[in-house]
Every structure is written in C-alpha cells, then in structure tokens.
Design a protein around this ligand. Structure first.
Ligand code: 8ID
Ligand code: ZN
Length: 352
C-alpha cells in the first residue's frame, strides 16, 4: 500500500440499531486480493441508509456499521489479483459490493439475487467513511470526465430507477407515473424517464417538489397531500384518460403500493422499488385480472445496468439536483429525510 494512505480516518458509525450515529475516527482497512480501496470523496444519502439505522427491514445489519452505498472516489490501492483497475482510477461503491459470481443468479447476471451478495453499508461497511473497500469485480467504473460529486447519486438511485424503468417495459412515447418523484430516487427517475422519451406524471407533495419535478421533465404533477382523488387525477393526466402504461413506486409509504393497481392502464405494469417498513402490496383481484396488469418488484441493477446508467450520466442526460454537506452532518440529513423535507438528494463530502 502507498504511504499516502493514513492508518485512521473519519467515519459515521452506527453503534446500535435505532441510532444515533457516531462521527469518529476508525482504522483504514487493507484490500484483500480481489478488492480495491477507494478514497471516497462524496457519497449520496439514500433512504435505505436510514432504514438500516432504524432497523426497518427483516434483515439484520452488521454492527457496528458504517452505512452508505452511493460513494464516488479515487482508487488508492488494488489487491494482488486485480488486473483491470489501477491506482488513480475513479471508482464507485454501490449497494451490491460483491457477489459470488458463480451461482445460478450470478451466471445469468442477476447478481443482486445472489444469496451471498455483500451489501455496502448494510452487511459490509459502506461509504460514510473516507476509505472504503469494494470487490473489484463490482466496483463501478467511473469515466475520468465525470464529476464525482454529481455522479454519486447515480450509484444507487440512478442505477435502481434506470433498471426499474427497463423492467416496466415502458417504451418511448408511453406514459409513466413516478410515485415519490420529489425524493432521491424519484428525481433521478424523472431524468431517466425523460431521456427514455416517456411522458411523466410525477406524484409527491408540496410546491418545491412540484417545481423541481417540472424542471426535471415531468409534464404533470399530482399532489398526494391535497388531491381529493389520486386515482382519478393520475388517470386524467394521461392523454386518453386510461392511465399510465407504467408506475414506478419509489415512495416510503404503504398507501401508494395499494393504490397503483387502480390507476395503471390495462396491460400496464406496476414496479415496486421503495421499501417502506412492514408494508404490503395490495391489488383488487377483479381489476387486476380483467385489466391484465403486471405487478413486479425491482431491486437495484446488475453490473451492466450500472455501466449503462453511468453512461447516460456521462453523456450529459442526467442532471438531478443535490445539496452537499459535510459527512459530520449526516445525522441532520437523516432528520430531514425522516420528515420528508428533502427535494432530490443530499450528498456528503467526506473531507468535512
Ligand atoms: O433496489 C431497490 N428496490 C431500492 C434501491 C434504493 C432505494 C430501493 N430503495 C428504496 C429506499 O430504501 C426507500 O424505501 O426506495 C425508497 C425511496 O428511497 P429515496 O428516494 O432515497 O427516499 P426519499 O428521498 O426519502 O424519497 C421518498 C419520497 O416519497 C414521497 C416523499 O415525499 C419523498 O419525496 N412520498 C411519501 I413518504 N409518501 C408518498 C405518497 N403517498 C410519497 N409520494 C407519493 N405518494
Ligand atoms: Zn440506495
């Protein structure tokens, strides 16, 4: 390892589930033979990180835990068996930190389904630290011309919504409802959907999110907090009143997961992506059958989806708003996120 790598670094550590997190110095790890060490410059803050702190899901985290899985930085050390990455390259740490690469799912490029997948900021330490380990096979390759601060949110939010939009089967010219459009995943979803030539109905609350989603390319906005009837308002926003071809659910609330089947177009597809605690999907059997609708889940993306999502960004098609603060202020970001006050994404600068 190069002498420039310190032995200690600043990190935000979850000591116990439920929080609070602790900003403190911890040792810098050395990469194993199939790993790289990345000096994380910026990391996006995803609602998943907050679910991890709160213990919202039926899957335990490691403890103590360094959260974070939208990290962009510079490779500072590579393991002995890594041949295609060199010190100085730009690298991204995403949710899928590593996978076995040999199981039935990995063989078919469904790496997120690998039973032994390592999850950044959940089952292995993530990007809310200055130096983070990633399996070389899964490190996101970030082209040198990309801005590390702006690309950070692409590494989870971008990849996930890009994959979800592909899973929806929506084609250029068709319409998509993005539920939770004013949040982190939602704001990126607006940009990817626009780049894919879709007509966008953004669903969220408040004027700030209405204005932001309009800037991002949404033609319509339904405010779920003031609408008297979300189902009829969403249908009315489509040209023929029959409802959107696809629904991308990225809200952190159960209600819309039980509502989408009512406004999706016949033959349409509902894609569940958001993961509100303890929530259930619900749809009326009668309408689901006679409308021939599809309801499916979508979980991050594989390595190819990741490279494609990054390429959309490199080409200048993805410009989603973010605010930046120091890593030391992460607890405050969680507070705003819990209250639904963040329009777009927050990015933390690990040097502050
Ligand atoms: O691979 C996956 N499936 C994956 C990947 C990454 C993240 C899933 N996620 C999950 C997260 O764990 C989280 O549950 O996606 C969800 C959204 O993450 P986020 O975008 O990082 O959360 P956010 O920034 O807090 O945005 C949530 C938005 O939902 C809106 C809020 O106003 C906010 O803008 N919202 C809520 I809460 N209730 C709503 C409703 N009833 C709603 N929007 C419309 N209708
Ligand atoms: Zn995420």
């Amino acid at each position: 390892m190069s002498a420039a790598i310190p032995k200690e670094q600043w990190a935000q550590v979850v000591i116990k589930t439920g929080g609070p997190i602790e900003y403190k110095k911890i040792p810098v790890q050395q990469p194993g033979p199939d790993e790289v060490l990345i000096n994380i410059k910026y990391s996006g803050v995803c609602h998943t990180d907050l679910h991890a702190v709160n213990g919202d899901w039926p899957l335990p985290t490691k403890l103590p835990l360094v959260g974070g899985h939208e990290g962009a930085g510079v490779v500072v050390a590579v393991g002995d068996n890594v041949y295609d990455i060199k010190v100085g390259d730009y690298g991204g740490v995403k949710w899928i930190n590593g996978s076995c690469l040999s199981c039935d799912f990995c063989q078919q490029s469904d790496e997120p389904l690998c039973a032994n997948a390592l999850l950044s900021g959940y089952t292995v330490d993530g990007t809310f630290q200055q130096y983070c380990i990633a399996k070389a096979a899964h490190m996101a390759r970030i082209p040198k011309e990309c801005d590390l601060e702006a690309i950070a949110p692409v590494l989870c939010a971008g990849i996930t919504v890009y994959k979800g939009l592909k899973e929806s089967g929506a084609r250029p010219g068709q319409s998509v409802a993005i539920v939770g459009a004013g949040g982190g995943l939602g704001s990126l979803a607006c940009q990817y959907a626009k780049a894919m030539g879709l007509d966008i109905i953004a669903i969220d609350a408040g004027d700030e999110k209405r204005e932001m989603t309009k800037q991002l390319g949404a033609q319509h906005f339904v405010d779920f907090s003031t609408s008297k009837n979300v189902v009829s308002d969403v249908k009315a926003a489509t040209v023929d009143g029959l409802g959107p071809h696809a629904v991308i659910l990225v809200a952190v609330n159960e209600k819309p997961f039980q509502q989408a089947a009512e406004y999706v177009r016949p033959r349409g597809t509902v894609v569940a992506i958001g993961l509100p605690a303890g929530a259930y999907l619900r749809a009326p059997v009668f309408e689901s059958v006679i409308k021939m609708i599809t309801i499916k889940g979508s979980y991050v993306g594989n390595r190819k989806d990741s490279a494609e999502a990054i390429e959309f960004f490199r080409r200048g098609l993805i410009k989603a708003p973010y605010k930046t603060c120091g890593l030391s202020e992460l607890q405050n970001v969680y507070k705003m996120m819990q209250e639904g006050k963040i329009a777009g994404r927050y990015v933390v600068d690990t040097s502050k």
